[in-house]
Design a protein. Sequence first.
Length: 289
Amino acid sequence: MTDLATPRPIPADAPSGPVPTPGGPLSYLHWGPVIAGAVVAAATWLVLMAFASAIGLATVSASPTWRDTSVALGLLTGLWLLLSSLGSFALGGYIAGRVRSSWATTEDEVEFRDGTHGLLVWGLAIVLGAVLTGLTATALAAISAGSTTTLRPAQGEPAFLAYEIDRLLRSERRPEAADPELRGEAARIVMRGIGRSGMPPEDRTYLVRVVAARAGIPPPDAERRVAEVTAAAKQAARRARTASVVIGFMTAASLALGAAAAWFAANVGGQHRDRAISPPFRWSWRRTP
């Protein structure tokens, strides 16, 4: 393991400025290594997230049972996100620090410039990851919109309350056609009801009448169904809010620690570059004599 406090071997009579290397850039910022490191970091992160989705540790799940996720699974998902970010940004930062041109200047200045390149890798990798995630989400939304077998939520209907709205408007006699406007209106009333102020009496009375007419049940049964669905919706909203807070905190923490990992890894890469250290990338079963 390389000691970060050990000075790098810079000749005392070396002039200040870039070390002349064939084809090496002479500016303070070397964008080629930064772009290379950012591409590697973003690709590594996406691959690790694909593995997380395959084994059920994705931060976003299409499963309708995601609201029943245990606290342990949520913490394990956050830990995977943290380790993935640390590994991806450290790899990208090391590549940027290792392949950029050397400079003949003070030790602190070289470390600062290597670390700055690591931070640039971190920032560019985040931008690339956001663009790729957005493109993937757009493609999935287009596929879902073009599918005739996928039931999409009505306008104004929260996706996490789809089951509650189904339960609220459930009826033994099927209507002739779906009424998305009615579902959207009922969903908005339920959303108002799960707030801190609760459902206004006039909205509750109107919703009971709608449920009684839609489901073909007596008003007392409709009143009981509205109360049960509102309670279930409050619990679903509480779980969704908790999941959002946990995921948001772990995402922010992993990105912040990823910046530190990219900085220190770029400095390690710079030390290996200046000392001509080539860490072994191959491992053999044979014992060294």
